[in-house]
Design a protein. Structure first.
Length: 221
């Protein structure tokens, strides 16, 4: 592999490259460096998290709006108060990067993605608001796009730290001393926490919208 750190960072800055496409080379680089924690985090992101997994902060307690399905008007805001919204209008997102990215690409700016409430929560909320309609949570497209950019920003910060440690240039493998020098950077939690704060200031691209033909034929993600 030629210049794996440089190549990955360049691709992270390229708006034509989806994050999904960059996961495999990122895992390969983490494996070359023996960054087991980074590699494990990347695999969770690539495949999706197990229901019992502890989620990173950017995937946990994601907040949206509760909507109700009206026979006359379709999906409309549900008659909930702020306490009910705080209790029921939040989600943990276990989906793979590809699924998150597809939500971004298949919707226009300002659109929403609707997520069904769990059956037990649906029944409880219906009773609380005395409404028998179907209920769901609306999440703004930007919510998904921000998560994708945080993950991409995490990888950018990691590659930048590797570059600062002198690990740029051509490498088919890394020497033990280079792996040792990089061992302190096997800290995905550190990088994603930093990315949560700074992703909007990082030089990473926003998630593009799919074109008309891509949306029509499903060629997104």
């Amino acid at each position: 592999m030629s210049a794996p750190v440089d190549n990955l960072q360049a691709r992270l800055l390229d708006a034509s490259e989806t994050l999904t496409e960059l996961m495999a080379p990122a895992i390969t680089l983490a494996t070359m460096l023996r960054h087991r924690r980074v590699a494990a985090w990347l695999r969770w992101e690539l495949e999706g998290y197990a229901p019992e997994a502890s989620l990173p902060g950017y995937r946990d307690d994601v907040r949206g709006q509760i909507v109700a399905r009206s026979p006359q008007y379709g999906w409309i805001p549900a008659p909930v108060d702020r306490y009910q919204l705080a209790q029921f209008g939040r989600l943990s997102l276990y989906d793979s990067v590809a699924a998150l990215e597809q939500v971004c690409m298949s919707r226009r700016r300002g659109n929403h993605h609707r997520v069904a409430l769990q059956p037990s929560e649906l029944k409880e909320l219906q009773q609380k608001i005395n409404l028998n309609a179907e209920l769901a949570i609306n999440l703004n497209r930007d919510t998904f796009c921000d998560i994708v950019r945080i993950i991409r920003g995490t990888l950018y910060l990691w590659t930048q730290a590797l570059a600062d440690a002198g690990l740029t240039g051509d490498h088919n493998s890394f020497k033990p001393e280079e792996q040792e020098r990089a061992s302190r950077l096997d800290q995905p939690d550190q990088f994603w926490r930093e990315a949560m704060v700074s992703f909007q200031k990082l030089p990473i691209p926003t998630v593009r919208e799919a074109g008309f033909l891509e949306r029509m034929f499903g060629r997104v993600g």
